[in-house]
Design a protein around this ligand. Sequence first.
Ligand code: ADP
Ligand code: ZN
Length: 667
Amino acid sequence: MDAQAIYMYQNSPNDNGPRGTQRPNSSGNSNGNGGNGGGGNSMSILVRTILVVVVVLLGWYFFQYFFQGGSSSSSNPNALEVPYSTFYQQVQQSNVQKVVFQGQDITGQFKTAITVPNPNGSGTQTGVDFHLTQLPNGDPTLNALILKNVPDFETKPVQDNNLIWTILLNVVPWLLIIGVFFFIARRATQSQQNIFSFGKSRAKLVLEDRPSTTFADVAGVDEAKGDLVEVVEFLKTPQKFQRLGGKIPRGVLLVGPPGTGKTLLARAVAGEASVPFFSMSGSEFVEVLVGVGASRVRDLFDQAKKASPSIIFIDEIDAVGRQRGSSINSNDEREQTLTQLLVEMVGFDARQAVVVIAATNRPDGLDKALLRPGRFDRRVTVDRPDWNGRLAILKIHSRNVPLGRDVDLITIARGTPGMVGADLANLVNEAALLAARRNLDAVTQSCFDEALDKILIGAERPLILSDDDLNVIAYHEGGHALTGLLTEGVDPVTKVTIVPRGQALGVTMYTPLDDRYNYSRDYLEAQMVTALGGRAAEQVAIGHITTGAENDLQRVTAIARQMVTRWGMSDRLGTISYSEREDPFAGTSLATGSREYSERTAAVIDEEVNRLVKVAYDKAVSLLTEHKATLDAIAKTLRLHETVDARQLREIMVETGSIEAAPASYR
Ligand code: ADP
Ligand code: ZN
């Protein structure tokens, strides 16, 4: 019973093999790819096969040793081993009752027992049964003598199959052993060199896989799912798309932290469209020596094209697709592989319905060529789930796990901010294992609690944010959002979240109203106010400030400096450009170019920058102090829901009475 709980869980219809239960660390784990990547799996099958062969061979040999050993000294192991001379004597003395000739084997019985020395020289043996150790090589007198003196005399035919059997027993095992050694040797050399196989055989490493995963197996990433629906449609009826001249999806880049379900999503797309799924990991391409990576890419695409419509999934594409020439020891192999990948993607025939899905958690360093139209021109973000998402994921993974009555998945979902799908799958599995170890009929809440402790202690990175941290983050993001809502002329806030994204612990998202080519002074000042709204909120609500605003401060300083030096927006310095060029919103480090002004001017610039930032900060603080009740309510709602959208924000502002201050653009 206890084992059943685990068994059922692991057999859950996610068809993602053993991987579903283990945390895929950002990299290096590509070989454990379970069902999809051929490599790891076929290797373990190989090892198992070799083991079986070796065991069978050993058994065979032992069997043969004893069996043959027995038969060669006649069926009777107690038979005396007598030399030919003794036998001849006994026949002469008429003491032989029976002789059986079988080929060159001679056995028989004496009438009365005789005693002969042991063949090994120590002691003697006595008995009636005998076996000849020496063969009677054409003794012409023997036949007559036997006919005369031996009453029972028999010649058995030599058994032919016995001979064949002997040959088989002796030759086949060696053939097998040699074969296995060759196989191993080939496998070993395959990753080293490319002499024997010109790529083609390698393609078999990528197994055709038809996942049964569907979108129902993926939760908490609804936006990503929505983006991928079109790909499914295309793969289902490519003709329809092609006939209507619709833009065919070619390459989709899934971007998100490890364990958020990128691989799962790609498999679900294949499952939904019921097309074959070919997958390989970027690191697998580059692990091998020169020339192989590129040929692997070619094989992969050839295979997928033959099976079209189909999906190619490339995990960890950053391993291949890093910007060319960006590292000091540039890797030719990687560049060749990347070039081949680009060639293949561009070279698709319009009739070939093959969609390439790639995954990465580091999209920034990707080679620009990969992102051009016709390549990975669609980007789908796979974010960490908020608590509703986490609840849905927990439900999926506990589908086949008997849960105790006291288990409250909602509480678990709420208590695991920051965790991704893989973490949650792991949590359910650990809890089920604990229940099994305790011989329980169902997984109880205490199993979950203990499993969570165990996972958190064992984790390399903090998986869960502390309550205090979450509080600070909620106020910080709430501050950005509220100052944004209260300030005229800034881009409207669309969504605030305290679910970590990439490096950020929380995010406030704005939609630019339209493309801006000119920034007005008001706009820039308002930008600074909202950018400082996070830090200001920490100050207003919590009373002390944290390091979480580093990026905000860089951005604000960059804007202020540009206003002063580039756009002539400082009254004190006047409309003079002090030619420092940089992207005002990138928050990059300050200009490194040569300066064209004096130390004194530089000091004035610094003062002006400081003043602009201070004015903006004070404005943010006073706004938030005035609307403290609203700020509190937003922070509280954020803690509760983790994500708050524009509509909810507006409702909060109405409830707390600061709606009048909402900008007109917001209504
Ligand atoms: P990634 O490719 O983003 O690193 P995976 O797709 O390999 O993540 O996720 C690993 C496992 O974690 C999945 O097989 C699945 O069991 C679980 N998992 C991850 N994300 C989700 C999700 N959004 N919904 C359900 N299960 C998930
Ligand atoms: Zn911030």
